[in-house]
Design a binder for this molecule. Structure first.
Ligand code: WTA
Length: 625
């Protein structure tokens, strides 16, 4: 794995907050507490902590014990008394090209107003609120308004469909649902309100829907339950005076559903204090945020990348961020490059799947634009293949912009393996763990593997922005993450380390499939298939795919007497799209007579995958038949 190192230019190093990674790392490894409390000191606390960590009830760790804060105070209020007051917090551009910008002053006002609206519906500290929207400013406002009053937001990605939304509403017991009439994707309207209605109608909890008017399509508004956002914001209840609720550092900030090792999606719970310190620090040092920067994380706020690095991290750093509503190739494949040029974007953070997708249109599209404002690039969500890395580096970054390949998870809250601008790079490696984070790669017996060998990636010490639990399921939190190697957090990824200590993440070792960087579980796809009347049993696996990283392949046993037709395959594909969401649609549906199972009845997806790849299935001694 020895290969060419890409060294940062003098220009990048000169600007970087951290010029000597080794020095920072040494001191942070030696004393994580000193490192993290030093970073926490850069933020405002209504009351400082009595203790950095409480590990008496591990793995239920607590950080900044006894401290009081509210993340939105640091995202908004602190900027009102500095030069940031009139600085642009977000520049927003719609798919059709309309633009809007909002200053820190205006964002503070809009969030305060909407906080009061939520209060008027009886939302209070600890209540869960589901947010199901497109990429609009109001989504950020809604998240911050919840946090401001101590409510716990649960954002459901706008690409999910009825069943996925319904399940998440029920599990979180949200009484309030915030949505849009619709959103634009590739010029077409995604009918969010329609899906929100279907999910709410099935729900035993939702009594209020607040709907942002975005596309002005015709939507059904249920009297007494449904309200227009813009109408509410004009009413006297929407006063712009709303102090941030002073919270305990350990009070929950949000829950975010993600696919776990097995079973249905689980809600990962994050808190105000530790998450704030983690996202603030990691964004500042890795994407090297400076006052004059324009930063663009092109993810969706509906996923963790959006939560940490569109909403909270940038606002904590007083950054100016870009939010673009639509598809990267709409109306032409140079849409992103035109945005970089138009707004003078300095930092661009996206996913390998997007890079591969844009790369295939050729170099002429980016070359038509002046991309010289770019200083740093970023990648997240799945391993980046060297070919895409080089194209991104050479064609987009003009061989001058280091790529921050950030490995992390919904659970970790912040970057865990990542370069910083001054670190020499190897394409496809996220380099080393973040300062203060101790990681290792273990074999099945818990022994560290030799350099160059593959094993299970683990985190050896707790860190402030780690998940606190799975909402409503402490037991599962313990078994899923902390039982394989007691005392160590199990990531679910396999990885290798090379002789320079650089980590190379290979991929998931469990039932999670990363499709275009989106995290899906085999169980979600399988239960969607089984909910179709023609299906008796189903199995889903991920297969390598050039653009998406992985594509979903499914194997279906039909109910007796149902004909295995091509039409039915198509119908099942559509059915999964309707139940879970378009991103979950299988690439292939194959009808079979039986599934490989263990004697205890667990589907052996590994065997299916080996067969599909034409490989040896390995040890099949536990196979039933
Ligand atoms: C994968 C996304 C390789 C990994 C922030 C992890 C990556 C899962 C990288 C978490 C990367 C994320 N290189 N693999 N830079 N970043 N992954 O929760 O398998 O949606 O476990 O968080 O994405 O996905 P999640």
């Amino acid at each position: 794995m020895t290969q060419k190192l890409y060294n940062p230019s003098q220009k990048v190093i000169e600007k970087a907050h951290i010029k000597d990674w080794n020095k920072l790392n040494e001191s942070a490894q030696a004393d994580p507490e000193q490192f993290w409390t030093g970073m926490a000191d850069e933020l405002h606390w209504h009351k400082k902590w009595d203790k950095y960590i409480d590990d008496t009830n591990a793995p239920f760790y607590k950080f900044f014990v006894g401290a009081q804060t509210n993340i939105t105070y640091n995202c908004l209020d602190v900027h009102l008394t500095t030069a940031n007051r009139n600085k642009i917090a977000y520049i927003w551009e719609s798919e059709q090209g309309e633009t809007k910008s909002v200053s820190y002053f205006a964002l503070h006002r809009e969030v305060s107003k909407f906080s009061n609206v939520l209060k008027s519906f009886g939302v209070k500290k600890g209540d869960r609120v589901t947010i199901y929207m497109g990429r609009v400013m109001e989504q950020v406002i809604a998240m911050l308004a919840c946090a401001r009053i101590g409510a716990v937001h649960s954002v459901v990605y706008g690409g999910f469909s009825t069943e996925a939304l319904h399940e998440r509403i029920e599990n979180s017991q949200s009484k309030v649902l915030i949505t849009c009439d619709g959103s634009y994707q590739r010029g077409k309207v995604v009918e969010l309100k329609k899906i929100a209605n279907e999910a709410a109608d099935r729900s035993g909890y939702v009594d209020t829907i607040i709907c942002v008017q975005r596309v002005k399509n015709e939507v059904e508004m249920v009297a007494g339950r449904d309200h227009w956002y813009h109408k509410l914001m004009e009413m006297p209840i929407a006063s712009s005076k709303c102090e941030a609720e002073i919270l305990d550092a350990e009070d929950p900030l949000f829950m975010l559903y993600t696919s776990g090792t097995t079973g249905k999606p689980k809600a990962i719970l994050h808190t105000h204090g530790g998450y704030m310190v983690g996202t603030y620090t990691s964004l500042k040092y890795v994407f090297d945020i400076h006052d004059e920067d324009r930063y663009w994380c092109a993810a969706d706020p509906g996923w963790i990348t959006g939560h940490s690095y569109i909403v909270y991290g940038p606002l904590l750093n007083g950054a100016t961020s870009m939010i673009y509503e639509g598809a990267p190739n709409f109306p032409y494949p140079d849409r992103w490059w035109s945005i970089v040029e138009k707004y003078g974007i300095n930092i661009l953070y996206t996913a390998p799947t997007a890079i591969r997708g844009l790369m295939r249109y050729g170099d002429a599209w980016p070359r038509r634009h002046d991309l010289s404002s770019l200083r740093l690039l970023g990648s997240v969500g799945e391993p980046i293949n060297p070919e895409a890395w080089r194209w991104y580096y050479e064609t987009i970054g003009n061989s001058e912009c280091p790529i921050m390949d950030t490995w992390w998870q919904t659970e970790t809250g912040m970057f865990m393996i990542t370069p910083m601008p001054s670190v020499p790079l190897k394409p496809g490696s996220g380099t080393r763990p973040f300062p203060g984070i101790l990681m290792d790669i273990l074999d099945d017996d818990g022994n560290p593997v030799a350099n160059g060998e593959e094993g299970n990636l683990v985190i050896k010490n707790p860190w402030p922005s780690m998940m606190r639990t799975i909402y409503g399921d402490d037991e599962r939190y313990k078994t899923q993450y902390w039982s394989k190697y007691p005392g160590y957090y199990l990531t679910g990824d396999s990885a290798k380390r090379d002789e320079d200590g650089y980590y190379w993440v290979i991929g998931r070792v469990d039932d999670v499939i990363k499709v275009s960087g989106y995290r899906l579980g085999t169980a979600e796809i399988e239960s969607a298939l089984v909910s179709h009347p023609s299906v008796a049993e189903a199995a889903a696996i991920g297969m390598p795919h050039e653009l998406k990283g992985n594509a979903i392949y499914t194997y279906v046993i039909l109910v007796n007497g149902v004909n295995p037709t091509e039409e039915l395959k198509l119908e099942l594909t559509q059915h999964v799209g309707k139940e879970v969401g378009p991103i979950a649609k299988p690439q292939s549906v194959e009808f079979i007579d039986s599934l490989p199972k263990t004697r205890s009845g667990k589907i052996m997806r590994r065997v299916l995958k080996a067969k599909a790849l034409g490989e040896d299935p390995g040890n099949i001694s536990t196979l039933d038949d």
